[in-house]
Design a protein. Structure first.
Lengths: 87, 219
């Protein structure tokens, strides 16, 4: 019962994005302290920008977060934005 | 054989795989896992070369017949057009290939979650599968050509072909080892994409011309 509940429970897209960003940042060799800070800032800014939208698509989320992220780290923003179109 | 260097799916999967390995493990462990991935690609190429070679060797008269060779000419010409126009997607800022987005996402998520060496070998092997549409005619064509060679050059050519296929992976590995990150590598690959398309077109046309030559000799 619990297992099926977990499977159907929708995942928070912002938390998922944060996890992926942290992984990319580690892979890019960005220092952990700085990463935490600017990922949090970017996610908060994206949440603010998207709060009036009733439906948030993956594309909206990626575009908004990468736009914010570009201010702090261009490499991370680039990889986050293009992750789906590398292969 | 040059074509194998410029086909991009194993390179894309490899660069993502190395990037995620660097995120999760030490540089040395990531490097070991990368070698396992390369081994997977090597295994796939070796199997394909030997398989096509043996099939053609067993059915030699029909495979080197003019009809078969002209059929391969048509296929190689079609591949040349397809490689130039359809191999890469139209988006100029990416290296996305013709494969369905579902398969691409599956490969990307696999490259993120892999932990053991055997999984890395499997991923290397699997990453070559979607490209069979472009590589299978090449395996067949080259194997048909190899039938005319003596045993020693034949074995040497197969070994060279297997090694050539993984050269781009070793180049990407060298980039990662010299402290370049995925973003830099990806930007370089996007920049080189038009050249890759052009080289693929030329290489397929060269293969077509060689096949026409062989077909005329066999007529």
């Amino acid at each position: 019962m619990n297992n099926s509940d977990n499977n159907t429970k929708p995942k928070d897209p912002f938390i998922e994005a944060e996890k992926l960003l942290k992984l990319h940042a580690k892979g890019l060799g960005i220092p952990a302290g700085a990463t935490e800070d600017f990922i949090e800032r970017s996610i908060t800014a994206a949440k603010k920008a998207l709060k009036n939208k009733t439906i948030i698509t993956d594309a909206d989320l990626t575009r908004t977060i990468s736009k914010e992220l570009k201010k702090y780290n261009r490499d991370l923003a680039y990889i986050y934005k293009n992750y789906d179109i590398i292969i | 054989m040059v074509i194998f260097c410029f086909l991009q799916i194993p390179s894309s999967v490899f660069s993502l795989f190395y990037h995620f390995r660097l995120a999760k493990t030490s540089k040395k462990q990531a490097d070991d896992a990368a070698l396992s991935f390369i081994l997977g690609v090597e295994i796939f190429n070796t199997i394909m070369w030997l398989l096509t070679y043996i099939i053609i060797f067993c059915c030699q008269p029909s495979f080197v017949s003019p009809l078969f060779l002209w059929l391969m000419v048509g296929i190689c010409l079609a591949e040349a057009v397809a490689a130039f126009f359809f191999y890469f997607r139209k988006d100029k800022t990416s290296t996305a290939t013709f494969i369905s987005r579902r398969i691409a996402k599956c490969l990307a998520s696999r490259s993120q979650t892999i932990k053991s060496r055997s999984d890395a070998i499997t991923l290397g092997f699997i990453s070559c599968l979607p490209e069979l549409l472009f590589t299978l005619p090449l395996y067949i064509t080259c194997s048909a050509f190899l039938q005319n060679e003596n045993a020693l050059p034949r074995a040497a050519l197969i070994i060279i072909a297997v090694v050539i296929a993984v050269v781009p992976l070793f180049v990407i590995r060298a980039f990662f080892r010299t402290d370049h990150n995925l973003a830099e590598i990806q930007r370089l690959r996007v920049k080189l994409k038009p050249h890759f398309r052009f080289i693929l077109l030329l290489a397929y046309i060269a293969a077509t011309i060689s096949l026409i030559d062989l077909a005329i000799i066999n007529m």
